[in-house]
Design a protein around this ligand. Structure first.
Ligand code: NAD
Length: 336
């Protein structure tokens, strides 16, 4: 279907807006709009593309992992690509997604009962850690998914990230991914300290975490209360386990920080229970979340379901409806 000029213009504007917001968010760590507003623009872009696929160029933002690589850091090509997540914004959309994934998984492994790994979606910044012979070799941001920024010196200042693994049985070399975040209490305490010193407070925990990890001077990063939880695997040789939840147990034994909030369930109703429970106690968790991530727990099925250019086909992010935020910080100058 040939799109009318008005749709072409709308499409070009949406692409331009999404690109500009991504640059502000990922490169400057200083978003110009709320996440919900950005999500709406991205969703509108996907909608126009689904109605008029002819408009979609090879470089459409909907085909890319949204991230930038700053020239302030050495670029590193990831040994195994890093991805974003497909978002759903309602339980109806989620059910459609889960039923489709379950049907595909059962086609591949009719004998295996379905296991879903439910996790909270930590609102932070993705970081890829490479360990060789039990020692931290490199820490690299997600960047555009293919190439990230080398922030090893900064990662070395984060106490949650072991410089050396404990126990034994870890692969000779492997990559583990996770989220760097600033906890709610730490964030509030840090801002109170800044205000007491007559300095501008940090805008919000997510951008503060991203800005802190991407400081040029590791001494500055060291002053920020950064933390990390691991939530995925990258390339690894000799990682002989069958489920991601099992990998977490091993990684916990090796001293890697594993979130206490995850749970393996076997039915769709238990998935929605997990969403409801965490929605209710959202503000009691130790860090901000912007949703729930549901993953196929079986690693062989993950590999067989594979990836699009932007997201895995074995995981989905359910986003909670945006909350009204009233904070006195909105009216005063903030820094990242
Ligand atoms: P995303 O943040 O929606 O999801 C992908 C990321 O979730 C992964 O890369 C991973 O780092 C993280 N994650 C957190 N917990 C996880 C867990 N338990 N398991 C697996 N992954 C987990 O995707 P994205 O592409 O990084 O960013 C898109 C989101 O960022 C948007 O939905 C929007 O909310 C926000 N954003 C906002 C602006 C803005 O201007 N406000 C601009 C760009 C992006």
């Amino acid at each position: 279907m040939t799109p009318p000029d008005s749709v072409r213009e709308r499409y070009a504007t949406l692409v331009e807006q999404v690109r500009a917001h991504r640059e502000a968010y990922y490169l400057q760590d200083a978003p110009m709009v709320s996440d919900a507003e950005y999500d709406q623009l991205f969703h509108d872009l996907q909608l126009v593309e689904s109605q008029y696929p002819i408009l979609m160029g090879q470089d459409s933002p909907t085909l890319e992992v949204g991230g930038e690589v700053s020239s302030a850091f050495a670029p590193v090509t990831h040994a195994s690509r890093m991805y974003s997540l497909e978002d759903v914004f309602s339980l109806e959309e989620l059910t459609v997604w889960l039923e489709r994934a379950q049907a595909n998984a059962l086609k591949l492994h009719p004998e295996s009962p379905m296991k879903w790994l439910c996790e909270v979606k930590i609102d932070g910044l993705a970081l890829n850690l490479t360990y060789r012979d039990g020692k931290l070799l490199r820490a690299v941001t997600r960047g555009d998914g293919t190439t990230g920024e080398d922030v090893t010196h900064n990662a070395l200042t984060i106490a949650d990230i072991p410089q050396e693994l404990s126990g034994n049985g870890y692969p000779q070399e492997f990559e583990v991914r996770g989220e760097v975040y600033i906890g709610t209490d730490d964030f509030n305490a840090y801002n109170e300290m800044l205000i007491a010193d007559g300095k501008a407070p940090l805008a919000n925990p997510r951008n503060a975490a991203a800005g802190s990890l991407r400081q040029k001077d590791p001494a500055q990063t060291a002053k920020r209360p950064l933390r990390m939880f691991v939530h995925g695997l990258g390339r690894s040789k000799d990682f002989a386990m069958t489920h991601q939840s099992e990998a977490y147990e091993l990684m916990r034994d090796w001293g890697l920080p594993v979130s206490p909030y995850g749970r393996v369930v076997t039915s769709l109703s238990e998935v929605t229970d997990f969403i409801a429970e965490n929605g209710q106690k959202r503000h009691e968790l130790i860090h901000d979340i912007d949703g729930i991530v549901i993953k196929v727990d079986d690693l062989a099925t993950q590999e067989q379901l594979g990836y699009t250019s932007r997201v895995p086909r074995w995981a989905v992010a359910y986003k909670y409806p945006p909350e009204e935020v009233h904070t006195k910080l909105l009216d005063i100058q903030v820094q990242v």
